[in-house]
Design a protein around this ligand. Sequence first.
Ligand code: 0O2
Length: 220
Amino acid sequence: EVKEKVTLNSQQLDEVLACYRQIESELRVKLESLKSPLELKFGRPVILFIESRTKKGKSLIEKARRYDWQITDETIHLIKDIAGLRIIVQHVDDIDRIVDVLRQRTDFKVVDEKDFVRSPKQSGYRSYHLIVQYDFNDLKGPATRYAEIQVRTVGQHFWAVLQHSMMYKYGLEVPGHVAENLRLIAEETSNMDEKMMVMRWAVSRELETDAIRAYAEKLV
Ligand code: 0O2
């Protein structure tokens, strides 16, 4: 029943996924390359690490089924997160810095943005998501494809990794109190992120006002 939705044979699907793995590795090099200049500019490692993945055929087919999509060799490229990359930064205000840098690139183009930092998901999930349009060359020649880049703090990452392994995508019926507690923990994590950022302001002198000094002294 699932297979009927997919009019690609498994060799064609493998070829498509191989192209997205190429895109993943090309974009990864570009994002990794931002680390050194940012560290030099801000005097600290703004980007802690980068993660990336190309969706597995199985999870692509599941996604197509969820949305009731027909997957052909053309429509498969409308799925914009087959190649996904994640930038883990130190502080919440680093997210906007990275997003600004990404918006200015001419080797890919930001075509969509979702700000789950200022508008967290119902689950409590926080991250900044961008869809980029990327021109590249595969064995058949030039092509334009999409990829997703997520930007999040190490605090947001801590929450997302543990929450994901507990519930996300497993289709488990999660008891209401667990979901509610996870949401509260996301809130606490976000408060810690903010306190850490204020501590950085307090020690770095990049922002030095009486209000920040007073706030930093009060925080525990
Ligand atoms: P994985 O394992 O990271 O590859 P959709 O793409 O349709 O599932 P939507 O809302 O259209 O969802 O796209 P969105 O929200 O921009 O991106 C979905 C991705 O965000 C997920 O990718 C996760 O990486 C992440 N995400 C969204 N909500 C949550 C959440 O509640 N908890 C955690 N831990 N991560 C979340 P994938 O491909 O589903 O998963």
